[in-house]
Design a protein around this ligand. Sequence first.
Ligand code: ZN
Ligand code: ZN
Length: 117
Amino acid sequence: MTGRIKRKRLQASWDAALARVPDAVTCPLCERIIPPAQQDAHHLIPKSRGGHQTVLLHRICHRQIHALLTEAELERTYCSVETLKQHEGLARFIGWVRGKPDDFFERTRKSQRLRLR
Ligand SMILES: [Zn+2]
Ligand SMILES: [Zn+2]
């Protein structure tokens, strides 16, 4: 008898835990929900250049930023979500990834330009 009561109480606390889940994180780049397993912190100014402020992005969106831009370019021009969105290659990527499921991920290839360095 006590067993059944205990299980009931567990069920109730589980429901409460689910209700307390914080609001879903939205990716500022593509504006889709980021599943917890895909959350990546991006330093708006590269950490190697003294940046501290981070934004949470999809891993795939984050990889795309670094596949297209060097740290110097990030620091100089693309140190905000607004300017990142204006980058031609990223704008194209955002348009493409928006049509994918929230947890979509595939290997990001470095752009030809960066690979040749
Ligand atoms: Zn980053
Ligand atoms: Zn994203």
